[in-house]
Design a protein around this ligand. Structure first.
Ligand code: NOJ
Length: 748
């Protein structure tokens, strides 16, 4: 046990009164270490703390899921200063009551930090992150994160465990839904946008909440797409594919990061000193704090890294994991470990300092109840502008995958429409995984959206057809009968929200249950069919892609799902979303991603021995960046400012894009580069930039990009990040497979 020295006690009384009475006056720099006055306060407070209280700051516990409140034991621990943070305690009233325990009954009155998974909205639920990435619109994505922060903060939350920025190339992995897809460039742009949205630009603004970029790192590379599984990637792939979104989040000022569950080449992230300290703090200059994932400190034993709980505590702390989420290991083990000199108190102090600094930065010592405001909670939650934004971003997230003979958009005055499928009336699925405080009653279903869109004379018939994921065929006949009475069928199929997200991986990716049978039966009626997909990952829809005339990928779009889908179905909105992830033809092709290597025997579709399968082409069903519109765009005049540049020069790339169709539309213009020959092999192409533009009918626009040396550089044979002389291809176009192409050279 640590004995509090008399002078420490004296100092404590003096400094506590200063801390509690003085106004927080630090400049609101995004760098939580920037203010010397905060540093001074942290140091002063630290001198007053017992070791138990210090470890309390590193201890995060969960509230009771059902009540978003705490247990009697937790209350006692708060009073003893043995808890620094909660997750899953929410609501202005609940958080105030819990905060009061810390502020009125604990010795040092250190405020608690309330965290929660506010991943795609708090109560106003927006599209899942994978869907939002289809907008390729960082401004829209920043806005939804801002609104999520406004609502969550009014409900007592200080900190969200988001953005989830894991690059995912394997759709079997259920958590692909939570991130921005397969590409590091798009992923980095979205990561930064979300951090900016959550954290705003003023720490003192009560709607500012801390972000937490997760899961650091390479969690999306879990072998076989199985959650929590091992990862073994080269440092180059780590740096070039998996780390860029984290770097972008850190550069955008994310105050925290979450260590991932997985190991990388034998070292679980929670105990990875190279990752959490060498790279993150040393190389990147990160000044915030790192939280473990749920129980991941304890799981170091199951990994086979730590032989005991105390060893797990030491390894995690030494690596740079500052806060322990729910395993209570720091709290229970580290006092003894410090007293036995198995780990230094300095290391504990360093972690405590990082956590306290964040609490000071947010102004919690001045106003511990800043985020527990029932009046604000009442007025902002589900406010009209928030719901309008949910609809707007949901519209932008929809991807038109197929539209034979311009079946879409539909007329609003059709006589009879059959709306079929197990998800047409579903109020839970559109919320997707990690739906925060979202509620089914807030959701507009596809059926409701369609009903509110069509003319009063249009008859809407409905049949469910089957369930999402069982084998009962009973309803299919009824659905067929209903289809036969209609001019057009809208068939809403896919996954329910529980089929993706954490721990929800799948080995088969076709439509679950008997939905394929439903789709085939309905297509056989000969009626024009529009298939609406609702899902959290690319599905294998090879049969449908061939036989169903129109397909809309709507993912899980949040509370305005039904309205947004109807807006697109009936042409009030021209879809422009593009896929942030490749759609394979078969599970056996996975991992399938556009920025692959060439290999020594690049794929040729003949009977020679090249890198391929005997039974299927290498090509995807839908490539990365793909998405149709109700209009058409043509690309021409791909020009470079120079055909030769020096390694540190930049290059301007321009292209003419014309709306050649009959309606106004948005196009997402994509720029890719290939370094043709390097000291190490390079991907066949890599996204470097993009632009979302709006063009009126017949309008032509010159779109210009600047390629910088940072965009042309890579980690060479010696792992140096540099531009290597040689030839490069530049591609610009509408998706990763349909591109105009030119070349330039980098000279010494
Ligand atoms: C485990 C998940 O991996 C993580 O993403 C989440 O933030 C925590 N649980 C807290 O809910």
């Amino acid at each position: 046990m640590v004995i509090i020295h008399y002078f420490k006690l004296l100092a404590m009384f003096l400094v506590t009164s200063i801390l509690l009475t003085s106004a927080f006056s630090a400049a609101h720099s995004k760098n939580p270490s920037a203010s010397s006055s905060i540093e001074h306060r942290v140091d002063s407070l630290l001198t007053m703390m017992t070791l138990e209280e210090k470890l309390g700051q590193l201890n995060q516990l969960s509230g009771r899921w059902d009540e978003k409140y705490i247990t009697a034991e937790d209350s006692e621990m708060i009073k003893q200063g043995r808890i620094g943070s909660f997750l899953n305690v929410a609501g202005a009233t609940n958080t105030r009551k819990v905060q009061e325990l810390a502020m009125k009954s604990s010795r040092l009155r250190i405020p608690l930090l309330f965290g929660m998974d506010v991943v795609h909205g708090f109560r106003t639920i927006f599209p899942i992150p994978l869907a939002e990435s289809c907008t390729w619109d960082p401004v829209a994505v920043q806005q939804t994160a801002r609104v999520a922060a406004i609502e969550a903060s009014a409900s007592g939350i200080h900190w969200t465990f988001a953005p989830m920025v894991d690059i995912a190339r394997d759709p079997r992995w259920g958590r692909i839904a939570e991130g921005s897809g397969e590409d590091p460039c798009l992923g980095a742009v979205m990561a930064a946008a979300r951090v900016r949205g959550f954290q705003g630009d003023d720490w003192r603004d009560p709607s500012t909440i801390f972000s937490c970029a997760k899961h650091f790192a390479a969690y999306g590379a879990s072998e076989a797409g199985r959650d929590y599984n091992s990862v073994d990637v080269s440092e180059r792939t780590l740096r070039e594919v998996y780390l860029p979104p984290f770097k972008a989040a850190v550069d955008a000022g994310s105050v925290s990061l979450m260590a991932s569950f997985n190991e990388i080449a034998g070292v679980p992230s929670t105990a990875n000193h190279w990752l959490l300290t060498g790279l993150l703090r040393g190389e990147w200059g990160f000044k915030g704090f790192v939280v473990s994932d749920w129980n991941s400190v304890a799981e170091l034993q199951a990994h086979g890294l730590a032989a005991s709980r105390s060893e797990a505590a030491i390894l995690a702390l030494q690596a740079g994991t500052d806060m322990d989420m729910v395993s209570r290991i720091y709290q229970n083990e580290l006092v003894t470990m410090v007293c036995e000199n198995r780990v230094s108190e300095d290391l504990v102090n360093q972690a405590v300092r990082r956590v306290l600094r964040a609490k000071f930065v947010l102004g919690l010592f001045d106003n511990p109840y800043r985020n527990s405001n029932p009046a604000r909670e009442q007025s902002v939650i589900l406010s009209k502008p928030h719901v309008d934004l949910a609809r707007h971003v949901a519209q932008k997230s929809i991807v038109l995958l197929k539209n034979d003979k311009n079946l879409l958009p539909l007329s609003k005055t059709l006589k009879t429409i059959a709306v079929l499928g197990p998800l047409a009336e579903d109020k839970i699925a559109p919320l997707g995984p990690w739906a925060g405080a979202g509620r089914p009653e807030d959701v507009v279903t596809v059926l409701e959206g369609i009903k509110s869109k069509v003319s009063p004379q249009t008859r809407i018939l409905y049949a469910k057809g089957c369930n999402v994921n069982d084998d009962s065929m009973g309803g299919i006949v009824e659905a067929k009968n209903v289809a036969q009475q209609a001019e057009v069928v809208i068939l809403v199929v896919g996954e329910d929200a529980g089929m993706c997200g954490e721990g929800a991986c799948r080995s088969r990716l076709d439509l679950p249950g008997v939905q394929n049978e439903l789709v085939k039966t309905i297509v056989e009626t000969g009626k024009p069919v529009v298939m609406i997909l609702m899902n959290g990952r690319p599905l294998i829809i090879t049969w449908a892609a061939e036989h169903v005339p129109a397909i809309l990928e709507t993912w899980f779009l949040g509370i305005q799902h039904g309205h947004a889908a109807a807006d697109v179905l009936f042409g009030d909105v021209n879809p422009a979303g593009k896929l942030p992830v490749t759609f394979p033809r078969a599970v056996g092709q996975i991992p399938l991603y556009y920025n692959h290597k060439s290999t020594g025997r690049p794929y040729v579709d003949d009977n020679t021995s090249t890198s391929k399968y005997l039974d299927i082409s290498n090509s995807p069903l839908y490539p990365f960046g793909y998405g149709l519109s109700y209009t058409t765009f043509s690309y021409s005049d791909l020009l470079l400012s120079n055909s030769r540049i020096k390694a540190n020069d930049s290059l301007r790339v321009s292209i003419e894009v014309t709306n050649t169709g009959k309606v106004k539309g948005d196009e997402i213009v994509q720029l890719y580069v290939q370094d043709e020959f390097g000291s190490v092999t390079r991907p066949v192409k890599e996204l470097k930039d993009f632009r979302r533009i709006t063009l009126n009918v017949g309008e032509k626009r010159n779109v210009e990009f600047t390629l910088t040396s940072a965009q042309l550089a890579f980690h060479g044979r010696d792992m140096n990040f540099a531009v290597e002389p040689g030839t490069f291809k530049v591609f610009v176009g509408t998706n990763s497979a349909e591109l105009l192409e030119t070349r330039f050279e980098v000279v010494e």
